[in-house]
Structure formats: structure tokens, C-alpha cells
Design a protein around this ligand. Structure first.
Ligand code: ADP
Length: 262
């Protein structure tokens, strides 16, 4: 469902992604892990047509990302780290707007909105303006909205950042069911390694733009002679703290602004 071949992206002298190759099968739940600045966001931006690779080939749902970006765009959904809700609308209105934008079949819109708003605990607040919501509520609504059109491939960039344990558990139950029951292919990033350990079928660990290892949590721990994914991850990527040269939230915002202006 996702084919990445010799993907490379250089920003001037910065080698953000360096000759990365991997495949993700249909229905697979796939984690992309790496320290800050490893190249995760850059890889997702290239897969979602927001950024052109320096070299390499990307195929998504059978479509070449460089040659057929429109077909690629209609094949995926994405949940960003940074909320992009309309705060002057209610929760239900934000959901309906997204359903229209993504051509969700008429008969399915209301049942799906109810299912998702109940899932994230916002059904009782569906008629409240989003500007009255707390940060956590906005985040939950953003995720519910990203799942509304059941795309073939779903990209989740740190979907549970800043959420409490209860909400994270509920969301993972739902994400798991999307991959198992709807055969949705899901690629996610997270800094909560136990989320990848529990949920991902396979995990790719990248650092300094390079793919270090790929495999199941059991394979990665066996290969590194460790007992948990976190230990395997630290064995592969080291224990030093990374500084980011570019704030990834800021670059997402810039991309969204550019998209909205079109
Ligand atoms: P991650 O998502 O894993 O934190 P990124 O893909 O955001 O990593 O960044 C990979 C590298 O590319 C980092 O060194 C980062 O500073 C650099 N980078 C990201 N975006 C830009 C940009 N627009 N211009 C220059 N360098 C960038």
C-alpha cells in the first residue's frame, strides 16, 4: 500500500532523509520512530505530496506520488499535530464541514459523526463552540475529524501528544479496529514508545535521516538483545538529547497556510 524506494531529501546542506526504503502492506499498522530531527515529518510530508523528494520513488495505493498526486491525495487522510479546527463553529459543524470536503456518503455522515464524537467523549458537547473547548478537547475533536472519511491510508503524526492515558487508550482501541476491521493502512509517529510496542505490526527506527532497523517489536528487541522496545530504541539511537534546527510545528503551519491560500 505504501512503497518507499531510495527516498532522499536534502535542504541545502542538511540531509534530512538519506536513501530510505521500506514498504507498508495493506491493513498494516506501521510506526515510524526516531528522535527529534530524525526525518519523520519530512518523510510524511513527501508521502502526502506536501514536499518534493530530492530523489527516490514513492508509491501510495498504487499511484506514483510524483506523477499522480491527485489520486494519491484522494487515497489518504492525515491527522496533524497542530489543530486546524474552526473555533467559531460547533464540534458537530466542524465534523460536517470535513464530511462535505471529503465526500463522505450522505447516509453515513450523521452515524459516523455520532460514533466518533462518542468515541472521543464529545457527543454531549457537540453543539458547543470549539472556542469554549480545552486543549485536550480540541485535540480529541481533531482526531475524530481526521478519521471521518475512512481513507485507505491514514497518517497520524503524533496523534496522542498531550492526551491523558484514558483518552490515549480509547483512541488506540479505535485505531486498531480501523486497521483490523476496515483493513486501513496506518502509518504513525509517536514519542510514546509503548504505543508502538503495543499497537504496531512493524516499526521503522530512523535517525539522522537514515533507516536504522525495521521489524516487529519482538524482532527489534531480539536483535538488540534488550527486553523492551524502549531499550531497543535507546540501544539503536543513543541517549543524547537532540536539538531541532527547525520547529516542525512551525513548518506544518507554514504548509497549511500555503495550502489554504490556494
Ligand atoms: P522529525 O520529524 O523526525 O523531528 P524532521 O523531518 O522535521 O524530523 O527534520 C529532519 C531534519 O531536516 C532536521 O535536521 C531538521 O532540522 C531539517 N529540516 C526540516 N525541515 C527543514 C526545512 N524546511 N529547512 C531546512 N531544514 C529542515
Amino acid at each position: 500500500m505504501i512503497e518507499v524506494e531510495h527516498l532522499t531529501k536534502h535542504y541545502g546542506k542538511v540531509k534530512a532523509v538519506e536513501d530510505i526504503s521500506f514498504n507498508v502492506a495493506e491493513g498494516e499498522l506501521f510506526a515510524l520512530l526516531g528522535p527529534n530531527g530524525a526525518g519523520k515529518s519530512t518523510t510524511i510530508k513527501m508521502l502526502t505530496t506536501l514536499l518534493k523528494p530530492t530523489s527516490g520513488k514513492l508509491i501510495l495505493n498504487g499511484h506514483d506520488v510524483a506523477k499522480d498526486p491527485d489520486s494519491v491525495r484522494s487515497s489518504f487522510g492525515i491527522v496533524f499535530q497542530d489543530p486546524s479546527l474552526d473555533t467559531d463553529l460547533t464540534a458537530a459543524e466542524n465534523m460536517k464541514l470535513h464530511a462535505v470536503m471529503y465526500n463522505v456518503a450522505k447516509g453515513e455522515v450523521n452515524p459516523r459523526i455520532e460514533e466518533l464524537l462518542r468515541l472521543v467523549g464529545l457527543w454531549d458537547r457537540r453543539n458547543s463552540m470549539v472556542k469554549t473547548f480545552s486543549g485536550g478537547m480540541k485535540r480529541r475533536l481533531e482526531i475524530a475529524r481526521g478519521l471521518l472519511h475512512h481513507p485507505k491510508v491514514l497518517f497520524l503524526d503524533e496523534p496522542t501528544l498531550g492526551l491523558d492515558t484514558q483518552t490515549r487508550n480509547l483512541l488506540w482501541q479505535y485505531i486498531d479496529s480501523l486497521s483490523r476491521e476496515k483493513n486501513m493502512t496506518i502509518l504513525f509517529t509517536t514519542h510514546y514508545l509503548e504505543e508502538a510496542e503495543t499497537n504496531a505490526n512493524r516499526i521503522a527506527i530512523i535517525d539522522h535521516g537514515k533507516l536504522l532497523r525495521i521489524g516487529s517489536s519482538a524482532e527489534l528487541t531480539a536483535e538488540t538483545k534488550t527486553t523492551s522496545l524502549e531499550e531497543a530504541y535507546l540501544a539503536l539511537t543513543g541517549r543524547t538529547i537532540r536539538d531541532e534546527e527547525v520547529d516542525p510545528h512551525e513548518s506544518w503551519r507554514a504548509i497549511r497556510r500555503a495550502r489554504n491560500m490556494r
